[in-house]
Design a protein around this ligand. Structure first.
Ligand SMILES: [Zn+2]
Length: 334
């Protein structure tokens, strides 16, 4: 894997007279060249084989207390100790909302749409951040829905019921669609004490608005010759993870397998946000082990911005290893 912004590297090489000296690097840092002051920091750009990938921030979610949403049945002292150990706040839990856009030639593919207008000021930043990169809603040709929770489908429909991406076709796993569209979705495996009715109505309303632009896929299907689909059930019954690949390079978008580094070090503690708590734990452990064993580059929706990194191990515990990059505006080659 190479990590560099070619243009900057070339400029650097010119500055250093073709030799990559330390003095040349120092000079570059002080030149005040374009890109030094960033107009927008809500985007990270990657080159994955032939694909251009953009990671956008849609905002963030903050819980006033990590429990009971996370580790609902674990001794609070243990939870505080673990949060301290991994340098997270004890009195609140924060999650990012990271959204992936894939440019595949003329196709512009959005993986989920963020929270739209549903989270007030702390969400719905996606449209503005895409606009800053020159991507308009009408440019989006295809939208993949990983699962039908508000922070993933909330940005599909505007306040007055209009589709915000007028030219897009939408893709969802048949199993995920069937769960929410059925008359009586089964939440008996969840530890969530809140009434799920609002979520069900939201999902059904979004499906209705999409109408016949909705295409259902089956697990194992490869979409657009660059995205492999895989079932990762538990968070929702049809929760889908995607592996995006091109020219031998790939990144695996594991979506909501984990919402916080706490669920990486303690996957069995679980979350009330999973529709099936025990299946959620089982799938989380399986995916974490696979990603660890294969040293897979993973993308996540809710881990700290931009949600890109690896699953490492510290002793017997998994740990989150954020992807390293060295200037905010660089384009990273995977
Ligand atoms: Zn989510």
């Amino acid at each position: 894997m190479t990590i560099m912004n070619r243009r900057k590297w070339l400029r650097l090489s010119a500055l250093a007279g073709g030799v990559y000296t330390i003095s040349g690097i120092m000079a570059f840092g002080n030149t005040g060249q374009e890109g030094y002051h960033l107009k927008n920091s809500g985007c990270l750009q990657l080159q994955l084989g032939k694909l251009e990938i953009f990671l956008f921030s849609d905002g963030h979610i903050t819980l006033p207390d990590p429990q009971p949403v996370f580790a609902p049945e674990v001794d609070p002292d243990l939870v505080v100790r673990e949060l301290k150990r991994i340098y997270l706040k004890e009195d609140q839990l924060e999650g990012a909302i990271n959204v992936m856009v894939i440019k595949n030639g003329k196709q512009v593919i959005l993986v989920d749409t963020g929270s739209g207008h549903h989270f007030g000021e702390t969400g719905g930043w996606l449209l503005k951040n895409m606009e800053d990169k020159g991507i308009r809603p009408s440019d989006i040709t295809d939208i993949l829905i990983t699962h039908a929770h508000v922070d993933h489908i909330g940005g599909i429909v505007g306040k007055t019921g209009e589709l915000l991406y007028p030219a897009a076709r939408y893709y969802i796993a048949e199993k995920e669609y069937d769960f929410w569209a059925s008359g009586d979705p089964d939440f008996s495996g969840s530890k969530n004490t809140e009434n799920p009715e609002g979520s069900v109505l939201l999902a059904q309303g979004v499906f209705r608005a999409i109408g016949n632009k909705l295409i259902k896929f089956r697990y194992g299907d490869v979409l657009f010759s660059c995205i492999r689909t895989e079932l990762a059930e538990g968070h929702t019954p049809g929760h889908t993870v995607f592996t995006v690949f091109s020219d031998g390079a790939f990144v695996k978008h594991i979506v909501d397998i984990v919402h916080t580094p706490l669920l990486i070090t303690r996957p069995e503690w679980g979350t009330q946000w999973d529709v099936d708590f025990h299946k959620g734990v089982e799938t989380r452990k399986r995916v974490l082990e696979e990603c660890y064993a294969n040293r897979t580059l993973v993308m996540t929706t809710h881990l700290p911005w931009p949600g890109l990194g690896y699953i490492g191990k510290n002793g017997k515990d998994y740990q989150w290893v954020p992807f390293s990059y060295f200037t905010p505006g660089e384009i990273i080659e995977i």
